[in-house]
Design a protein around this ligand. Structure first.
Ligand SMILES: [Zn+2]
Length: 210
């Protein structure tokens, strides 16, 4: 077991299916075959649509989303090829590269909406709440979430739902304020940055500002 997994990982109800890497590649290849041959349930991913995008992309929204496998933005919002520019990290933490990606989508692709999509029971937020030291590169994820968690802890202790919301709002503010270009676009009302919360049971996304 790698040294950085030595702390207690939360137990997930949806455990991995135990596919080997080779089986995983085979499954991805089969899926891509369906994608290429249009045997898809969603026409938004059809070959016809794919061909309309040969010249380029102009996604209307950037989705800054947790990497959690249960929250695929295109599915959650029922959007297809060319519609969403997606930036995903655990806990939707935003570093320089993520910020640059958002900036690119706004400056060069014309996206005018940035949605920070968090979700209930976020494992990355749990890890930040735990207060445990995380070694390896996971430390960077957890450390990025700590300011939001500590803000909540001061008022309402280790409240996970409150911390999840605080982390969404924190990243919204980061995007609005850290990057001078995005800050100016927001100030000029050319770009809107909003937070949103996904809940598993009903699949609903609740926008935290309207
Ligand atoms: Zn998460």
């Amino acid at each position: 077991m790698p040294y950085y997994f030595s702390y207690n990982m939360p137990a997930y109800e949806y455990a991995p299916e135990g596919l080997s890497p080779e089986e995983g590649i085979a499954r991805l290849k089969e899926g891509n075959e369906r994608f290429m041959t249009e045997a898809l349930r969603n026409a938004r991913f059809s070959a016809a649509r794919r061909l309309t995008l040969l010249e380029g992309q102009s996604p209307f929204a950037v989705i800054v989303c947790c990497s959690d496998s249960r929250v695929p933005p295109e599915e959650v919002f029922d959007q297809g090829l060319g519609e969403l520019f997606v930036v995903r990290t655990a806990g939707h933490v935003v570093d320089e590269s993520a910020m640059g990606s958002i900036e690119y989508a706004v400056a060069f692709l014309g996206a005018s909406l940035v949605v920070v999509l968090g979700h209930e029971d976020c494992g990355a937020v749990c890890a930040a709440i735990s207060g445990k030291e995380h070694a390896g590169y996971m430390k960077f994820v957890v450390d990025a979430i700590k300011p939001a968690v500590e803000e909540v802890r001061a008022s309402s202790g280790n409240d996970l739902p409150a911390a999840v919301r605080a982390n969404i709002n924190y990243v919204v503010e980061q995007i609005k304020k850290t990057d001078p270009y995005l800050a100016s676009m927001v100030a000029e009302d050319k770009v809107r940055v909003v937070g949103a919360l996904y809940t598993f049971r009903d699949g609903k996304v609740t926008f935290l500002e309207s």
